[in-house]
Design a protein around this ligand. Structure first.
Ligand code: KIV
Ligand code: ZN
Length: 522
């Protein structure tokens, strides 16, 4: 039997991923993703940044209370107030961890305006303080890969002496390359006193498209914790994708003898859920979880696949939880069949929820010849995003479009229970529809993103539309699916608007606060 070293999987979808502008998740969405991560066997969940907002604090506390096997970690800057707040949130977990960080590179040191000695003292004091609260403390020198070697080694030694149990080496701006990533970890382990007593972690960003390679190289250099996110979600080009490192170590265990506790058959489902709740769609050709990752279109490929699947496949679709895309239901399918298919797709519904979905499923089956698994997933997303108590709802829409501009939209919205109707024109049917929404419900929110994806093949396919809007630093994402792209667009726009209204009422600037406080890392 070959011995494989365990690599700890530290998921930061709910912190680094959610921090990415536009990826803000609601409280219940965060709880759901945390539960999926825990069930999938992720070792550590970084659930948020408790000092960033009341919402973050509540989410981290609740995730800590509900956690089963995973360690629950919170992020804090290098000051006592942050660390105390972080502890207040994670302490409810059976396995709490405090993660504290400070930027150590020359550019980052300039932000809090500390000398090297002052920063060294701050690291000692804050790690000691965290360790007095919690026996599981992670310390990160932010922008480690652009920090002078001597200073990096010095600060790592201080953090270890002060009681840090995990030392994370972030490649904050995605600057390093595989050989350098491996060498840095190897050298830290070899030269820093006390390094053998802690776990070294790697935290890579993907600005040069090397995050997965850099993380795996760091493991070869001696790191035993990889920090990553589902779908590689994260600021700018994102973080290391969890599904990529997990499957790489599994498929190439022959040259990378490491194992993780992750149940890879749950990857596809969580990937879809994170794409939905964050509003960041997965690119079709994304490794492991992309729609085309297991599609074999060309004649040569199909021929080879029919003879032997291994001709072009290094892993089986079912290894990542991908079941055959087949015609699952039609208009004669009953409630029980729908419930069981949805359960298979990861949606466990109470009776009243099932009734609502069933009505919508029947309406879809009337319009569409064949209803595929992806259609059901889109239907579920739509169910979750459009809430019955939303202030604004789309009641009626008819557009007139054709080769002659302008196009026009006749729209009725129900706003706070009352119907309002208008006709507006625009440059295309979607523009006309959005202008009609603006006329009926004047607002200052700006459209930041408008995306359309066909859920399945064929001209009767449903379109999933994602809309991201911004108002006074608050960002909200709306989604909807319909066989009519313009209807889906109207509903997605109104959905984003409703979410912005909720944030405005709660006066929770969410993502904006996180950006500001994260940068002020001192
Ligand atoms: O990228 C980074 O440096 C971070 C730290 C807070 C660990 O996310
Ligand atoms: Zn990061």
């Amino acid at each position: 039997m070959t011995h494989k070293d365990k690599v700890v999987i530290f998921d930061t979808t709910l912190r680094d991923g959610e921090q990415s502008p536009g990826a803000t998740m609601s409280h219940s969405e965060k709880l759901e993703i945390a539960e999926l991560l825990d069930d999938m066997g992720v070792d550590i969940i970084e659930a948020g940044f408790p000092i960033a907002s009341e919402g973050d604090f509540e989410a981290v506390s609740e995730i800590a209370k509900r956690s089963k096997d995973a360690t629950i970690c919170g992020l804090s800057r290098a000051n006592f107030k942050d660390i105390d707040r972080c502890w207040e949130a994670v302490k409810h977990s059976k396995r709490p961890r405090i993660h504290t960080f400070i930027g150590t590179s020359p550019l980052h040191r300039a932000i809090p305006n500390l000398t090297m000695d002052e920063m060294a003292e701050r690291i000692h004091d804050t790690v000691t303080h965290a360790r007095n609260l919690c026996d599981n403390v992670q310390w990160s020198p932010m922008d480690a890969t652009r920090t002078e070697w001597d200073y990096l080694a010095r600060t790592v030694e201080i953090a270890i002496k002060a009681g840090a149990t995990t030392i994370n080496i972030p490649d904050t701006v995605g600057y390093t390359a595989p050989r350098e990533s491996a060498d840095l970890i190897k050298r830290l382990i070899a030269e820093v006193p006390g390094a053998d007593d802690v776990i070294f972690a790697t935290h890579c960003h993907n600005d040069l498209g090397m995050a997965t390679a850099n993380s795996l190289a760091a493991v070869e250099g001696g790191a035993r914790q990889i920090e990553c996110t589902i779908n590689g979600l994260g600021e700018r080009a994102g973080n290391t994708a969890l599904e990529e490192v997990v499957m790489a170590m599994r498929v190439r265990g022959d040259i990378m003898p490491f194992e993780t506790g992750v149940d890879s058959t749950k990857l596809m489902h969580i990937s879809r859920r994170v794409a939905t709740v964050s509003g960041f769609a997965v690119q079709y050709n994304k490794a492991i979880v992309g729609k085309n990752a297991f599609a074999h279109e060309s004649g040569i490929h199909q021929d080879g696949m029919l003879k032997n699947a291994e001709t072009f496949e290094i892993m089986r679709p079912e290894d990542v939880g991908l079941t055959e895309t087949n015609i699952v239901m039609g208009k004669h399918s009953g409630r029980a069949a729908l419930r069981s298919k949805l359960k298979e797709l990861g949606f466990d519904l109470a009776d009243n929820q099932l009734n609502d979905v069933f009505v919508r499923f029947k309406a879809l089956a009337d319009r569409k010849k064949e209803v595929f698994e992806d259609d059901l997933i889109a239907l579920m997303r739509d169910q979750e995003t459009g809430e019955a108590h939303d202030r604004i709802q789309v009641k009626f829409l008819r557009v007139i479009c054709g080769t002659e501009a302008p196009q026009s939209a006749d729209l009725t919205l129900t706003i706070d229970g009352e119907d309002h109707q208008t006709t507006a024109q625009g440059d295309g049917p979607v523009d006309a529809t959005f202008n009609a929404v603006q006329a009926l419900f004047p607002h200052d929110a700006h459209l930041q993103l408008y995306q359309v994806h066909a859920v399945t093949e064929g001209t009767d396919a449903q379109a999933t539309v994602s809309v991201r809007m911004e108002e006074d630093g608050r960002i909200a994402t709306g989604q909807s699916a319909d066989t009519d792209t313009v209807v889906a667009s109207a509903k997605a726009y109104v959905n984003a608007l409703n979410r912005l209204l909720v944030r405005r009422e709660k006066s929770d600037p969410d993502a904006d606060v996180k950006q500001v406080s994260y940068k002020d890392a001192g």
